[in-house]
Design a protein around this ligand. Structure first.
Ligand SMILES: Cc1cc2nc3c(=O)[nH]c(=O)nc-3n(C[C@H](O)[C@H](O)[C@H](O)COP(=O)(O)O)c2cc1C
Length: 189
């Protein structure tokens, strides 16, 4: 079982989201980590997107630009950790998804023109923490749920620790609520 951990916790070891992710991953075997703070991926622009589309069309998947997509498609389980930023998540995670979304490897179009996912994972687990309330405007998760569907991952799951920046809030209790949810998710892997 290969677990792919997409680490979008850009504050590194200071990150409370990362702490929850590490707790969830503890004891799991074969965890591969992609650290987006280190990778510093560039977004795709017109020319680079056209270049990639040509390689996809020609089936030339040996270019290193496809390595992240190959790794994502092959993983048995996907875990994404990201803080709640501006009602979703850091832009670095969106850029990562751009790199992963390789046509012909992660998804393709059937002869009838239907988009069909090609990923192996049975579920995608999204872990976040928010300064305030997350559930009321959970756009990052909604987007990733859509991406899971597009990539052929049948189930998306979510856990959040909320209100971590609210003055007077019981931070540990809020983290514990997320830990309880993560324990449920871990039990149903
Ligand atoms: C750039 C940035 C944007 C943020 N946007 C929001 C937001 O829209 N809503 C919110 O409740 N908290 C927001 N926060 C607060 C974070 O969600 C909160 O501090 C979170 O716990 C940070 O996670 P971390 O400790 O893993 O870095 C933002 C923080 C930063 C740095």
């Amino acid at each position: 079982m290969t677990v792919l951990f997409v680490n979008a916790c850009l504050r590194g070891e200071e990150s409370r989201t990362l702490k929850l992710c590490r707790e969830y991953l503890e004891g799991l075997e074969e965890v591969q980590e992609v650290d987006l703070a280190q990778l510093r991926l560039e977004p795709y622009y017109g020319e680079s997107a056209a270049y990639r589309a040509q390689l996809e069309k020609d089936g030339q998947f040996d270019d290193p630009m496809f390595d992240l997509g190959r790794q994502f498609a092959a993983a048995d389980e996907i875990v994404i950790g990201a803080p709640y930023w501006d009602l979703s998540f850091p832009a670095a995670l969106k850029v990562y998804i751009e790199h992963v979304a390789v046509m012909g490897m992660v998804f393709h179009y059937t002869e009838e023109g239907r988009c069909e996912g090609l990923c192996r994972a049975k579920h995608l687990t999204y872990i976040t923490t928010g300064g305030g309330n997350v559930a009321a405007a959970n756009f990052g998760y909604e987007y990733l749920r859509g991406i899971a569907g597009m990539f052929g991952i049948p189930e998306a799951r979510f856990a959040a620790a909320e209100n971590l920046d609210v003055v007077g809030a019981d931070i540990e209790a809020n983290l514990d609520a997320a830990r309880a949810r993560l324990a449920e998710l871990k039990a149903t892997r």
